[in-house]
Write a protein that binds this ligand. Sequence first.
Ligand code: 5AD
Ligand code: SF4
Length: 348
Amino acid sequence: MNNRELIDKAAAEHKLSKEQLVSILSDISTDDYLFQTADKVRQKYVGDEVHLRGLIEFSNICKCNCKYCGLRKDNHYVTRYRMDIEEIIRLASDAKEYGYKTIVLQSGEDSFFTKEKMREIISELKQMDFAITLSLGEKTYEEYKAYKEAGADRYLLRIETTDKNLYQKLHPGMSFENRIQCLKNLKELGFETGTGCLVGLPEQTIDSLAEDILFFKKLDADMIGLGPFIPSYGTPLEKETGGTLIMSLKVMALTRLLLPDINIPATTAMETLSPNGRITALQSGANVVMPNVTDDEHKKNYAIYPGKAGLNNTPEEYRKTITAKITAIGRKISQGYGFHIRQEIDPL
Ligand code: 5AD
Ligand code: SF4
């Protein structure tokens, strides 16, 4: 079978072997066909609605030292901040006014936010009728359980790479097994579970990207967020070459073919590499956008990588701009919570 036929087969059966994934990922001649096919599969399974999630980056303090990340503990160039609960609630009420139905709470791995503090924040947001997504890193089973009981709906924890050797090199003091265990715990607790990877990490191979996609399928993830690695100042990888938008879109499009009904965001890192990156992603398999609703002062210090898209827009402006862009490509802004609805998986 040639790669075009393989793409058709994946669109119909939602299965590909590692060798087949590698073959498509290595072929530039079928990129457009892959993107168009992922777009069709997206339309068939999750429709034309785009779900907007309001992102609050409430603390950039992190005890981890991930080698690629600008917020790593040893990066002393960062001005650190932590919001208090009032501030988080204020940003969430603004987001409510702009029409957001989901709040994504994201932070570094900041031990200041104990189980009790998180429970309080989650309960407050829940009373405001938000669906709540958390992205706080690796926590204990008991902590995840407490978040769930307080009303959190979803949790994002990227595996970053399924190449265990590379994972261990990039994450000093962390363990690949624990990361997998965290994902299993989240699933067991009934969270809509999101994971994802970085594309274009130093030493990452096409083979390992294929493994990443198979891992998403095996985990039976509800959401997959992925994007290019962008070298960040003040990190050990600052002089490395980053990932490309095209390769990120290819991994994303293949993920759509294999997991046809999940939620897939057009990520900020994609927009950072190209002014139209998010829209291109929405036309290549994505169905979610996560606009930043953090205030300017804090947003500029949440510098995971340089040139992060959206730094020059207020949340209100961004909401207007993205709505116009989404409408212009014939898509609609969803008025619902946008949960993962499992579909009967059948051929196109
Ligand atoms: N480039 C792109 N994405 C990055 N992340 C961390 N550092 C970088 C970088 N330099 C991503 C990781 C993490 C998410 C919050 O940000 O995948 O899970
Ligand atoms: Fe911390 Fe997350 Fe950055 Fe790792 S990727 S250093 S856990 S903020």
